[in-house]
Design a protein around this ligand. Structure first.
Ligand SMILES: Cc1cc2nc3c(=O)[nH]c(=O)nc-3n(C[C@H](O)[C@H](O)[C@H](O)COP(=O)(O)OP(=O)(O)OC[C@H]3O[C@@H](n4cnc5c(N)ncnc54)[C@H](O)[C@@H]3O)c2cc1C
Length: 332
């Protein structure tokens, strides 16, 4: 059995208290919300913070306000089961609801938060082994070593970002609010990420993700499909988040496809927009978008199943997601 290392546990009751704690100790402290990602990582000694600052008591971070017309403001401490069960999210931002309800297990969804999901660590077959195993083969680029066991000779880490929520947020054009003792800022969800497995988050250590901001729904039709070995518990080895808005003639006036779990950050299929905008969701356009997604998907050999299978499934899943949207559009 793997045990947690020793650490000091702080439980601020407000954002202000959390900012002060982070200011005093940001070099050797880490935030925790539900702990379903951080604590297993600490057990594997992937990180050993001296202080863990729990934001779970901060009530301001656990709320869902607004509606589909104004847009929704969802606090970062909202647990995945509440996100999945919210009727407005399910009806108007379906991609988020479908992503949330497919994560892990009921127990983890009751504890794991949106903020923790969006800021979770990257994963890799080599990195996610015990400390002893990793020390036996030499530590990798992601943890103090100078070798990548996935792509030897690589100067960068290829660990995979396997969040289900992040691609869903990006597909519907969500923004994120981050705050620190220096003030707050908002940015498009896609700007939180960069394609480097060892440094995938573009935020400073003292910043807390406080809210997920959803735009007005405005006729959004969306869905999330997830590939994994088992139908429960498993992380995605491919996630496809698809969203469209159609005009009165059924032509796309908004279209986004975002792929998850195939790289160190979610990948937006830029060509999808070019192909779909102004067109109907016919079999031909769907086929062209699926082919474009297949081209940009470059999974590595560092998660479950083979990378060639995961790449080939991109085409199938994108095609299925758009076919599902076309059927939804017909009945809406
Ligand atoms: C068996 C198992 C299966 C899983 N399956 C999936 C899956 O299928 N899909 C999936 O997406 N995830 C999966 N996860 C990962 C994880 O459970 C979820 O992503 C969960 O939402 C993480 O939320 P948390 O609150 O527990 O995060 P925590 O563990 O509390 O935090 C995770 C990271 O985010 C940081 N953090 C947390 N909150 C904030 C914040 N507000 N601002 C800034 N930083 C913050 C922490 O410092 C930490 O680095 C799985 C985990 C396990 C153990």
């Amino acid at each position: 059995m793997m045990r947690l290392p020793t650490f000091e546990h702080k439980r601020p009751a407000s954002l202000r208290q959390a900012f002060d704690l982070l200011k005093d100790s940001s070099e050797d402290s880490l935030l925790v919300a539900g702990g379903t990602d951080l604590y297993p990582n600490m057990k594997r000694r992937q990180c050993e913070p001296r202080t863990v600052i729990s934001i779970a008591r901060i009530r301001r971070l656990k709320r869902i306000i607004g509606n589909q017309n104004s847009g929704l403001e969802i606090g970062a401490n909202t647990v995945l089961s509440d996100l999945g069960a919210d009727p407005v999210v399910a009806k108007y931002y379906t991609v988020l609801s479908e992503a949330a309800t497919q994560i892990a297990s009921p127990q983890i969804r009751e504890t794991g938060t949106i903020g923790g999901n969006l800021c979770q660590d990257t994963r890799c077959n080599y990195y996610d082994m015990s400390y002893e195993w990793r020390s036996g083969v030499n530590f990798c680029l992601k943890h103090g070593g100078n070798v990548c066991h996935v792509a030897s000779g690589s100067k960068r880490c290829w660990a995979v970002f396997a969040s289900d929520i992040a691609p869903a947020c990006m597909a519907i054009g969500s923004r994120l609010r981050l705050a620190s003792s220096r003030g707050e800022r908002t940015m498009p969800a896609r700007e939180l990420y960069q394609n480097d497995g060892a440094a995938h988050l573009r935020k400073s250590k003292d910043e807390i993700l406080t809210d997920l901001l959803l735009p007005p729904s405005d006729g959004l039709i969306s869905t999330y499909l997830k590939l994994r070995r088992r139908d429960a518990i498993d992380f995605p080895i491919l996630g496809v988040a698809a969203a469209v808005r159609l005009d009165s003639k059924g032509n796309c006036r908004y279209a986004k496809i975002v792929l998850g779990a195939i790289g160190s950050c979610p990948v937006q299929v830029a060509e999808a927009e070019q192909i779909l905008l102004g067109k109907r969701l016919t079999q031909d356009t769907i086929e062209s978008v699926a082919t474009a997604a297949y081209r940009v998907a470059k999974p590595q050999d560092n998660t479950d199943l083979t990378f060639s299978y995961r790449k080939s499934m991109t085409k199938v899943y994108v095609s299925d997601a758009l076919t599902k949207l076309a059927a939804k559009a017909e009945y809406s």
